[in-house]
Design a protein around this ligand. Sequence first.
Ligand code: CP
Length: 304
Amino acid sequence: VNHLLGIKYLKEQDIQLIFETADQFKEVINRPIKKVPSLRDITIANLFFENSTRTKLSFELAEKRLSADVINFSASQSSVKKGETLIDTVNNILSMKVDMVVMRHPNPGAGVFLSKNVNASIVNAGDGAHEHPTQALLDSYSIREKLGDVAGKNVVIVGDILHSRVALSNIFALKLQGANVKVCGPKTLLPKYIESLGVEVETNLRNALEWCDVANMLRVQNERMDISYFPSTREYAQQYGVTKTLLDSLNKEIVIMHPGPINRGVEITSDVADSKQSIILNQVENGVAVRMAVIYLLASKIKK
Ligand code: CP
């Protein structure tokens, strides 16, 4: 397939190939000359219909380090505001001889829809509360780097699972690689179907942290919430926020992850985010190498 639409379409060996390719690119981007000429004949459009800092800049940097030509599109400054449809927008961009589209969109399934309606390779950079495949790949890559392997590790995903594309993609990726996965959060922020994905539910944060090797702390997505959601931010922080005191009271050293952006003092306190147990900035660093690998592997199919 010429797309990366979600982790649910991947096999375990696809993930391993991406990681092995990312290992090589990580070496490249740590050299004084951080670029390779691999994609000099490829043009990529980054289409962002929703805000982003990490994903947008990470994709752009990954593409530039592969020597692709890059154009960036932000919906808020475009003719989408005049009523142009998604397909018209993308077909107009593709007529400028673009080979690949990286898209973030607020609607779940937007990437799949686009892949069926336009003639280009599509990479999903996050579609509503559905999937964020490159985030899950860089998360697993970072666990593998820190702990040597993902298989057999106990990983808990904490917080707002209901609104989280990061949670769904991580669950698919972690289970494919043989990790044990739990989710932990208030019942109001857990989707009803969650156990059908083969994960266990733990509503007590301390129990979850005592069980895990890795805790991936999700952002509370206030922008996707109805005002009536329980708990309030203050109650959430009290029951599901990780503090340094809580972390230090565990009888082991767990790894702390967060996809960003962080609500400091809600999901984790600053002293946890900035502690030596946190690999949050390693996740961001690894995102460039992982996205280089994804784009390189997809582009090699375009070239054939
Ligand atoms: N992790 C992540 O997707 O962050 P951005 O929304 O800033 O891209």
